[in-house]
Structures are given as structure tokens and as C-alpha cells.
Design a protein around this ligand. Structure first.
Ligand SMILES: [Fe+2]
Ligand SMILES: [Fe+2]
Length: 297
């Protein structure tokens, strides 16, 4: 039987969650400094070889459409620019948090990370197509949208089915069922994590509302885009756990964004080739990470 989670328990859990990474935090602070130099930034990020390798891998995604292969970190910074590098830094370090199993939600190792990356990628694509939100911001919110599950999962252990049953029985959104049983849902917890990590308020808000895109006028497009990306990614087979949105908002959001329904097919194709191309980012248990680490000259 599930018990309500207290505010104090959530606060403690959020405070205990490790920060993204020391190198990433310092790099982001450096990016915020107008005097930031590419050389200093490269030196700093290169201290973390795993993050560096992931950034180079992602910089070569078709999402950025650079025609030649990017081989070094400094090349990636010069070609993609500071804005995209910030997104890739966050993505690379969040992957470590998101890659583990989340027992409470019956999510096995690697699943949450794969789902989050797919949602981020699709949210970025929809932003480009609709021109209603900034692709890098939609990507970042997509990466972090379900991060609250890392914390709430600890309070759900062994009782996940209670939430699923309540949602099915009352035909309510999964997040609402979580809130009824635990007093809080994973999206709200995620918003609190982003605040704690000093993300801009609108991003924390977008994570908070990703299952209730109609509840607010602020940032409606960004929240709608992430919700739609989440729905589509589930349909494309990269879902986690239970279907979270019992009532499909899909049609409404598509109309609001002014995109053509036929884009869904193309998005699915793009996503499938992206996931294949980025394969090394999603190692399964039997495979070790094969990211090529290329040192700076
Ligand atoms: Fe969610
Ligand atoms: Fe999700």
C-alpha cells in the first residue's frame, strides 16, 4: 500500500541527488561568461574523457547537419557554437544519471536514457519544423523530462502496479494517479530537480507540466512539443513503463503547432536512423561503450 511522500522527503532526495558533474557545472559557468575562450573551454571539458567522447559523438548527429565528420572537441565547439555545446554538455552528463535501472518504475538499465534521448531528439525536430520553440531548449527539456522518476521511483518500489491500476480504473493520466497515491507526480519532482540544478525557470516549468500541457499559457508551445514528442516516441516503441497519457492530446497539439500530420512518418524515420547512428551512446549490458576518444592536438 502506497504512502504519501512528504515535502521534506522530496526535498532531502533532491538535495542528495548528485549534481550533473563538476566539469559540466564549471563549463556551463564558463559559457555564461562573455569572455569565455574556446581554448579554455576545450581544456576544461577535455578533463572528462567520457563527456568529451559523448559530445563528439552527438556533434556528428544528423540533427546538426554538418556535412563533414567532426573529430575533435574544439572543432565541435567552433562548428556548433556555445549554445549547442551547452545542450550537449547537459545531455552527456545527464546520460550517467539516466542510464541506470529505476526499479520502482520497473525500468531496466539503459531504458530511461534511451527514451529521454529519443524524446529530446524528436522535440528538437518538432521545434525546427514548427518554429514555435528553440530546438536546443526543447532538446534539453526532452532529455530531462522524466528525471523526476529517479527520485519518485524510490517511493514506488513494489507498488508500481497500484498506480497503473488506479490510472486504468479511473481513466486518468498516469501523473495524476501518482499524485493521488503519493501526493506528488514525477513531473513535479523533475521540476524541483531542475530548480535545484539552477536551470532557467521556464525549463523547470516545462518539465513540471509535461503531462499537463493545457494547464498553462506560459511556454505552451515548448510544453506541447515535449508532450507530443513523448507520445510519438512511445508509439515508435521507445517507451518506458506504462503509457502515461491516457487521453491523447496529440491532435490538439499538432493543430496548435501548425504542423502537418504527415510529418510524423518522417520524424519516425529520422529517429530510427538517429538511434542507429548514435548506437554507442546506448550500450546494453553485454556491450561495452565503444565511443572513440579522440584527444585534442
Ligand atoms: Fe513523464
Ligand atoms: Fe517520457
Amino acid at each position: 500500500m502506497l504512502k504519501k511522500v512528504t515535502d521534506k522527503q522530496i526535498l532531502e532526495s533532491v538535495n542528495n541527488l548528485p549534481v550533473l558533474s563538476e566539469v559540466v557545472n564549471r563549463s556551463i559557468a564558463m559559457l555564461n561568461d562573455p569572455a569565455c575562450s574556446i581554448r579554455d573551454l576545450t581544456d576544461l571539458i577535455s578533463k572528462d574523457q567520457s563527456i568529451t567522447a559523448k559530445i563528439i559523438k552527438m556533434a556528428n548527429s544528423a540533427f546538426y547537419g554538418y556535412p563533414r565528420q567532426i573529430r575533435t572537441l574544439s572543432e565541435a565547439i567552433v562548428i556548433l557554437g556555445f549554445r549547442q555545446i551547452r545542450t550537449l554538455l547537459i545531455t552527456a552528463s545527464a546520460s550517467t544519471h539516466l542510464n541506470g535501472a529505476v526499479e520502482g518504475y520497473m525500468i531496466s538499465k539503459g531504458e530511461l536514457w534511451k527514451h529521454s534521448y529519443a524524446v529530446a531528439y524528436v522535440a528538437g525536430l518538432i521545434s525546427k519544423l514548427s518554429e514555435k520553440a528553440k530546438p536546443d531548449e526543447a532538446f534539453t527539456v526532452g532529455i530531462l523530462h522524466d528525471i523526476g522518476k529517479l527520485i519518485l521511483g524510490n517511493f514506488l518500489k513494489g507498488s508500481y502496479n497500484e498506480v497503473v491500476e488506479l490510472a486504468n480504473e479511473h481513466k486518468i493520466n498516469f501523473a495524476i494517479a501518482e499524485e493521488r497515491l503519493l501526493g506528488i507526480h514525477h513531473a513535479e519532482v523533475g521540476g524541483r530537480i531542475l530548480e535545484k540544478w539552477n536551470f532557467p525557470e521556464f525549463m523547470a516549468f516545462a518539465v513540471r507540466k509535461h503531462h499537463n500541457p493545457l494547464e498553462s499559457d506560459d511556454n505552451k508551445a515548448l510544453i506541447g512539443i515535449v508532450n507530443l514528442a513523448d507520445t510519438w516516441v512511445r508509439e515508435f516503441g521507445i517507451g518506458i513503463g506504462n503509457n502515461e497519457d491516457s487521453e491523447s492530446l496529440e491532435e490538439f497539439i499538432i493543430k496548435e503547432l501548425g504542423i502537418d500530420e504527415t510529418v510524423k512518418k518522417h520524424v519516425e524515420e529520422y529517429l530510427s536512423s538517429e538511434m542507429t547512428q548514435m548506437g554507442d551512446l546506448f550500450p546494453d549490458d553485454n556491450k561495452s561503450v565503444k565511443l572513440v576518444e579522440i584527444s585534442e592536438q
